[in-house]
Design a protein around this ligand. Structure first.
Ligand code: GLN
Length: 189
């Protein structure tokens, strides 16, 4: 199994380290033709969504990326990656990839609570650490979207078919639950 990790900006190396611990190969995607490489899944990391999207546009990667996600490639977006996938962003006029039927709120926890840690259950798991950094949360999900985690009632992880998103950063913890879930998603495809 090989997973491509979008490596334009943000926390991509950390995802690769998690995958390595699970014995999964990965490679960095930095330009459009690398989206043609064979891969079993793709990760859109955290960072800053507007910046990441601008770089995607500058490098002519948007259409191809959207096409491979819509064609069913297992896709995992964390934080900024969640915003890139969300159909709508309630406090920002998103023209991002918009492939997933969720409404997200950008910088949802405000400036005061820019970064924080919590523990919670993911898909009925044991309690695992959640790390939030100027995180969004999901305001609303449409039919067909499964809610996988909540913190203080807010939806912070969800899945719609081949797309998995978390508002938090599992790659900044040493807990492999969520990466393992993504790998299982690929295996059970
Ligand atoms: N606040 C960032 C954004 O709007 C996301 C933060 C993150 O990815 N840690 O894209």
């Amino acid at each position: 199994m090989t997973i491509g990790v979008l490596a334009l900006q943000g926390a991509f190396i950390e995802h690769q380290k998690m995958l390595k611990q699970l014995g999964v190969d990965s490679f960095q995607i930095r330009k459009a033709n690398q989206l043609d490489q064979p891969m079993d899944g793709i990760i859109l990391p955290g960072g800053e969504s507007t910046t990441m999207y601008r770089i995607l546009k500058d490098l002519n990667m948007v259409d191809k990326l959207k096409t491979i996600i819509e064609s069913g490639l297992p896709t995992f977006g964390t934080c900024a990656g969640l915003l890139l996938l969300a159909k709508t962003v309630d406090n920002y006029k998103s023209d991002y990839l918009q492939t997933m039927d969720i409404e997200a709120k950008k910088n949802a926890y405000g400036r005061q609570l820019g970064s924080f840690k919590a523990v919670g259950k993911f898909n009925n798991s044991k309690d695992i650490p959640f790390v939030f950094i100027r995180a969004p949360y999901i305001v609303k999900v449409e039919k067909g979207v499964e809610v996988l985690a909540r913190v203080d009632e807010k939806i912070v992880a969800a899945r719609q078919e081949n797309q998995l998103v978390t508002a938090f950063h599992p790659e900044l913890t040493d807990d492999l639950t969520i990466h393992q879930y993504f790998v299982d998603m690929i295996n059970n495809k």
